[in-house]
Design a protein around this ligand. Structure first.
Ligand SMILES: Nc1ncnc2c1ncn2[C@@H]1O[C@H](COP(=O)(O)OP(=O)(O)OP(=O)(O)O)[C@@H](O)[C@H]1O
Ligand SMILES: [Mg+2]
Length: 480
């Protein structure tokens, strides 16, 4: 069976269950409607026989000719229905009418089988005395559709002469049509109820049946992209278990792969750190010696490059630590953001002084639950950015306060981040074009990972004075 892209299992099941079910129901309704219609047509036809018999009984022979002996009143009472109009005629078998107000030809099919009898010898005519044949057919009379009951019979007069006669009664179809509509309503109504019930029950059944699949979908959809734990197989319906097992195998391979990459990155960065530190110390020592100017220049370039690589390695290590699934174990503890900022101030002041940046602090006791090392990493990166991307003479403010959440903000009046790049700067190795300094584009990626690890949020906001940027991180608040 071809499964189209847009077909959900629900739609497929609905289509395959409901379509045949409703078709069967429609066929059953049609069959029952037709059989009931045949039965009622027969009943109405049978009722038409009575007035025919009544007429026949009133035929007498006067001088060998048939005459209908019936008063107008009797006739009226015989044919006056509430709704329908009725007509009758009595004719001999050549079609010559001798009583009645109906003028319909005798149906040939009624006469065909009697031809032999009416044109045979006197003896054989006698032998057919008392024989009769009855038929019913639809016709049009006086501009209206009618049902006609026609009876051929042979009456024998007192002289023993046989008279083949045809009595026809035509009746309009009002009662029959009414009956038919009632019948239609009676057969359609239950069919409609059954159809609606079938649609409701089948949809409900499918919804219930697919509920475990839906639960599975919710379970997978609610996960963060870093959650690679296996999906519990026992929650999956039997039919979906192979899929879940395959998914779990994939997740476990993926987890192993990511784990391997983390390890590799952390190890490589760690291994690079020691020789880089050695290299930097050696160059710094060399630079203390009296050196020719161009050698000193080369050494300064070398020192600069070494510092950049050391910074890159440190950022890579920090990222490896902050990423989920890293070997680093989160040590969550209640922390006062103000304390953490104060403990880091000493490192920033000389840099701020060197760059001629006015760094200020607005610190209220603000408690949250966090990993101290990662929190320092986060704040460090934000303040580093603020000082790095604010020109000399600028102002940087670090503040923390309690609102709905525990908030820390680092605000500057520097170059700011264009609105359309605020998402991009969170990506690894992304730098706004023309950014000064020798950053490697990992700081905000590290911040993003740490924010995610702490279920915190990061906002990049405009400042009140139209320049610079305000980086706001909000943690879950903790009362102390
Ligand atoms: N306070 C800020 N003001 C202006 N631009 C900023 C600010 N903070 C970040 N940016 C922009 O976002 C980019 C990415 O910042 P991020 O901290 O991730 O990397 P980096 O500072 O370039 O390198 P790293 O932090 O890894 O040394 C920066 O290159 C800079 O263009
Ligand atoms: Mg940075």
């Amino acid at each position: 069976m071809m499964v189209r892209k847009s077909d959900s299992l629900r739609v497929l099941l609905l289509r395959w269950l409901l379509a045949p079910l409703l078709t069967l129901l429609a066929i059953a309704t049609l069959i029952s409607f037709y059989s009931v219609r045949v039965a009622t047509t027969r009943a109405f036809d049978r009722a038409l026989q009575d007035p025919i018999q009544a007429l026949v009984q009133r035929i007498v022979f006067v001088r060998g000719r048939p005459v209908l002996l019936m008063s107008q009143d009797s006739l009226r009472s015989l044919f006056t229905h509430v709704y329908d109009k009725a007509y009758f005629q009595i004719a001999d078998d050549s079609g010559k009418m001798f009583a009645g107000n109906l003028n319909l030809p005798i149906p040939p099919s009624l006469m065909e089988s009697q031809a032999g009898a009416s044109h045979s010898s006197r003896m054989s005519r006698l032998s057919t005395a008392g024989a009769s044949k009855l038929m019913f057919y639809n016709a049009r009379y006086a501009g209206r559709a009618v049902r006609v009951g026609a009876m051929w019979m042979v009456l024998v007069d007192t002289n023993g002469v046989a008279h083949p006669l045809v009595v026809q009664i035509a009746e309009t179809l009002i009662r029959r049509d009414r009956n038919l509509y009632e019948l239609l309503a009676l057969t359609l109504m239950p069919a409609l109820v059954i159809a609606l019930a079938a649609v409701a029950l089948v949809s409900q059944g499918i919804r219930r049946g697919l509920e475990p699949m839906e639960a599975l979908r919710r379970e997978i959809a609610s996960r963060s992209h870093t959650d690679l734990r296996p999906v519990p197989e026992e929650h999956a319906p039997l039919e979906a278990r192979p899929v879940v097992m395959a998914l779990n195998a994939l997740l476990s391979n993926l987890a192993a792969l990511i784990d391997g990459q983390h390890r590799f990155l952390a190890n490589a960065a760690h291994q690079l750190r020691t020789p880089l530190a050695g290299l930097q110390t050696q160059v710094e020592l060399l630079l203390r010696e009296p050196l020719p100017a161009d050698t000193a220049n080369v050494l300064h370039t070398l020192l600069d490059a070494t510092r950049r690589v050391t910074h890159l390695v440190n950022q890579l290590l920090a990222l490896a630590r902050a990423e989920p699934g890293a070997q680093y174990l989160l040590r969550l503890q209640p922390l006062n953001l103000a304390d953490v900022v104060e403990s880091m101030m000493a490192a920033w002041l000389p840099i701020a002084q060197e760059k001629n940046i006015d760094i200020g602090f607005e610190l209220q006791p603000t408690w949250c639950v966090a990993d101290k090392l990662l929190l320092q990493e986060l704040i460090g990166n934000l303040v580093d950015n603020a000082m790095r991307y604010t020109p000399a003479g600028g102002v940087v403010t670090v503040r923390c306060y309690r609102s709905e959440r525990a908030v820390i903000e680092v605000e500057d009046n520097g170059m700011g981040i264009p609105l359309n790049q605020r998402q991009n700067v969170l990506e690894r190795f992304y730098r706004v074009e023309g950014s000064p300094g020798n950053g490697c584009g990992l700081g905000l990626a590290i911040v993003t990972e740490i924010v995610r690890q702490h279920q915190a949020t990061l906002e990049i906001l405009d400042t009140g004075n139209g320049v610079g940027v305000c980086m706001r991180v909000s943690f879950v608040r903790r009362e102390h």
